[in-house]
Design a binder for this molecule. Structure first.
Ligand code: MG
Length: 121
């Protein structure tokens, strides 16, 4: 089973994305902060992380750095509320493999996940 870790500080988004991927046969774990995401990534070794950029505490960019320190091949798709090109450039420099924008369109979300799970890093 392919495992996805969903990281977002908004409960509604976590629930929505978890349900969507569980229905499609993925194993899904959820973290509501960067700190929680780092712990879960160590424990669960997800195939892919969907990572919100804007969070209280450790934000998505700082979380991405930690995730890459844990596993430099970790696949991470950044999720962003607005097109923030500076943040996206930084995320890509730090090794994020893709990004998607909110509001989330389920078709886009699924195709981004499928595409990046299929890639070798
Ligand atoms: Mg957020």
């Amino acid at each position: 089973m392919r495992k996805i870790l969903v990281v977002d500080d908004e409960n509604d988004i976590c629930d929505f994305v978890r349900n969507f991927f569980q229905e499609r046969g993925y194993g899904v774990s959820v973290a509501r902060s960067g700190e929680e995401a780092i712990e879960l990534a160590k424990k669960d070794k997800p195939d892919l992380v969907l990572l919100d950029i804007k969070m209280k505490g450790i934000d998505g960019i700082a979380t991405l750095k930690h995730l890459k320190e844990i596993d430099r091949k970790q696949k991470v798709i950044m999720v962003t509320a607005l097109e923030d090109q500076d943040k996206m450039n930084e995320a890509s420099r730090l090794g994020a493999c893709d990004y998607i924008t909110k509001p989330l369109v389920l078709d886009h979300l699924e195709s981004a996940v499928e595409k990046n799970l299929g890639k070798d890093m």
